[in-house]
Structure formats: C-alpha cells, structure tokens
Design a binder for this molecule. Structure first.
Ligand code: EPU
Length: 353
C-alpha cells in the first residue's frame, strides 16, 4: 500500500498510508495518512506548509520508543533522518559534539566514546534517537541528559525559524522539558553535547560498581562503564527488538516528605530517593507496581514484563487500546493501595491519560 514517490537524494521522502508499527518500539498497530521523512532541516518550511502535513495534530517521530498509539491512525507524521555527527568546538579538555536529530541514540553514545569523550557512558543502550532525547530528558544510572546538553537546535513553529536554545531555556525537569510541555511547537533538529576528554565517571547508582567488579574491573574507563550499564540493562529490561515495550511506562512518582514517611512506616522495604527539591521524595514506581502484584501479569497480549514491573510489553498482537487499558488498571490499583498517582512516561496518541 505504501508508495514512496521521490528519488533517492531528495531531502524529503513522502509515503502515503505508511505503517508506523515497526517505527515504534511497542509495535502496536499504527498508520498515518502521510509520512514525510526529512533528511535536511532546511526542507522543513516547505514540508510544514504542504497540505499533506497541514493537519491539526502533526506527529513528530523519533525512534518511537516513547509512544503509545491508543487509536491506530493519525493524519500526518514527520521524521527527521538527518544524522551527521561533528565536533563543533574543541577547547582541550572540553569538546562540543553535535548530532543530527535522526541519529540512533546508542550509536551516538558509542561514537562519542570511540572519540575518547566522556559524559554519555551512563546513558548507553537507551532506545530512541538523538532528537527525542531532550524531549523527555532521558536519564539512567544517575545521569540525566540535561547535565550534558550544550544546546538544542529546533524548528520553532511559532517563530517559523530554526532556533538554538541553551540548556537553561529548555525547561528541563525529570523526564520532562519545554519541548514536551509546549506540545506541537518544537521540532528538534540537532543537539550539541558538552563532553570531556578527562573521564568524569558517575558510579554512584546502585549496581554499577558491583557490575564492574563482576567484570573484573577496578579502575574503569568510560567505555567500560558503558559496557557495565549495557550488561545491567540487558539483564533487567526486555530488548524491544524481541519483546515490544516503551521502557519505563510510568514516571517515578514525586510525593511530599510526609506522604513518603507515612508509606515508609507501613512498608519498611519501600525505596525512596531525593525528590529533586526540598520537602519532596521520589518513590519507585516499579516497587509500587510490583508490591501491588502486577509483575509478569498478562491481559491477552498486553502485559507487564516478568523481569521489571515498570515496563509494559506487547507479547505480539496487543493493540494500543489494550496496553492503555492495562496501564489504567495498574495505576488504579496502585492508587487504591498506596494513595499514589502514577503518570505515564510515553506520549499517548489519540487518548488522554
Ligand atoms: N524494583 C522493584 N521491582 C521491579 C523492579 C525494580 O521493586 O520489578 C525496585 C527495586 O527496589 C529497585 C528500584 O525499584 O531498586 C529501582 O529500580 P531500577 O534501578 O530498575 O530503576 P527504576 O526507578 O525502575 C529508572 C528509570 C529507568 C532507568 C533506571 C536506571 C524512570 C521512570 N525510569 O527506573 O529509565 O533505566 O532508573 O537508572 O525514571 C525509562 O525511563 O524508560 C527507563 C528505562
């Protein structure tokens, strides 16, 4: 059914009635009336003015690892495929590395390590693209992306121009950013990262030092830290290429200290972490869901990963509506049991949470 119409080197490739399921890591059924794949950000004004894209809710696709299609169709989708990597500033120890939005995130992390640059090693193996990374401010093993961002380059649909935003202008927060909140306004085209030739390792997150120890490594290089992170992730999290999933389906809930203390008194084993601001604590959504008995649960082909309670999976033929229904049941049950509201991390297309 798809009819890619334009020859190879053009900056834009149009596909009618494109299948998006394989472009999302949950792989639930999804199609778009038109898909535009844009190889050069300079072509964006023309693409956005095209009647095929001039619809209410234009969907901008990254690696599709943070999307849930609650309904199976959308009118228009756009994906940036520009993926060049370049050093844009080299001041001895400090190097600014720029990557196009379409670059695969993990491949980019490995590329930065091969250049001898430290800073992204804890973020190895996160699915998705460079362009999607700042939108939800990806994070893992004690490092969040905003701490490494030098600038984000994005098409501003309000201004009708490419703008360059310093990290302080990006409104970064835990799994959140201005790009996510000001939905529909921004199309990230490239990201610049401030990296270091001197390793600045962050080994504080539970499990990293133990993993390095198991690998027989006492004084790790950044590449070895990345290898340890990959080993932990492969053990704990299902591989989206094998079992459809969108990583953590819920954010870790942030509650006030009094609520956290009351819960900890009733549940002595419950983990709780610094909430990022005074008076706040971050709870473990995985622990809450696990304690409510959902780990490994299955409703047809929609399920909870057997190895990690925070990951919802598609065992094969689940629809987005089925995954969403399961997510709501889980959130309701956690709320009934612990009085804590869970919020989804992926963007839900075609339904409100
Ligand atoms: N736990 C359980 N049951 C489980 C899994 C975990 O009780 O099935 C408890 C354990 O006590 C564990 C704690 O939850 O110590 C935390 O688990 P983990 O270290 O796996 O981290 P997480 O809070 O569940 C977050 C991120 C992940 C990131 C890891 C590692 C969020 C929503 N998730 O998960 O990010 O990889 O930390 O840093 O912040 C993602 O966002 O998609 C994602 C995978």
């Amino acid at each position: 059914m798809s009819d890619a119409t334009i020859e190879d080197r053009t900056p834009v490739r149009w596909t009618r009635d494109a299948d998006l399921a394989a472009r999302t890591s949950l792989r639930v059924p999804a199609r778009t009336a038109w898909l535009a794949e844009v190889a050069d950000a300079a072509a964006l004004p023309g693409v956005l003015a095209d009647p095929r894209m001039a619809v209410g809710g234009l969907l901008v696709l990254g690696g599709g690892s943070n999307l849930l299609f609650a309904t199976g169709t959308t009118d228009a989708a756009l994906a940036l495929s520009a993926d060049a990597i370049e050093v844009v500033a080299d001041r001895g120890d400090r190097v600014v590395l720029r990557a196009g939005a379409g670059r695969d995130w993990h491949g980019f992390v490995l590329h930065s390590l091969a250049l001898g640059l430290s800073g992204l090693e804890n973020l190895a193996l996160i699915p998705g693209t460079v362009g999607a990374a700042p939108i939800q401010n990806i994070g893992a093993y004690g490092v969040e992306l905003d701490r490494r961002v030098h600038a984000v380059e994005a098409w501003d649909r309000e201004a009708g121009a490419i703008v360059r935003l310093a990290p302080g202008d990006c409104g970064f927060a835990y799994r959140d950013s201005r790009f996510k909140r000001e939905h529909g306004r921004w199309i990230v085209t490239a990201v610049e990262f401030a990296l270091s030739r001197t390793p600045r390792l962050e080994l504080g997150y539970a499990g990293i030092v133990d993993e390095l120890h198991a690998m027989g490594i006492a004084a790790p290089t950044p590449a070895q830290v990345a290898a340890a992170v990959c080993r932990i992730r492969r053990r704990k999290l299902p591989d989206p290429a094998v079992l459809g999933n969108a990583g953590s389906f819920f954010k870790n809930p942030i509650v006030d200290e009094a609520r956290a203390a009351a819960l900890a008194a009733r549940h002595p084993g419950m983990p709780a972490y610094d909430g990022g601001s005074p008076g706040l604590r971050k709870l473990s959504a995985a622990w809450l869901i696990d304690a409510a008995g959902w780990k490994g649960h299955r409703d047809g082909d929609a399920g909870v990963a057997p190895g990690h309670a925070l990951v919802l999976v598609n065992h094969g033929r689940a629809t987005g509506a089925e995954v969403l229904a399961l997510a709501r049941r889980i959130a309701d049950s956690v709320h009934a049991r612990f009085g804590v509201a869970l919020e989804p991390e992926p963007r839900i297309i075609g339904a409100d949470w």
